[in-house]
Design a protein around this ligand. Structure first.
Ligand SMILES: [Zn+2]
Length: 67
């Protein structure tokens, strides 16, 4: 199970956008970074010590806190 409550809450809108992005990535959809147009890659806790969704350049960097 994934708990989204610990995601960055800088604003409700961006929180919902981040949540939607993570959800799509988890469904296997390809999401492109709106800034650099590179694919956003989802890093799961089993794969990374710093789980989250990031693009190659780092302009999209969504932290994930798994329970
Ligand atoms: Zn980017």
């Amino acid at each position: 199970m994934t708990d989204f409550s610990q995601l960055n809450k800088s604003s409700a809108k961006s929180f919902n956008e981040q949540k939607a992005t993570i959800k799509k990535l988890m469904q296997g959809r390809e999401i492109k970074c709106p800034h650099c147009l590179k694919a956003i890659v989802l890093y799961l806790p089993e794969q990374s010590a710093n789980p989250g969704a990031r693009c190659a350049k780092g302009c999209t960097d969504i932290a994930l806190d798994f329970v």
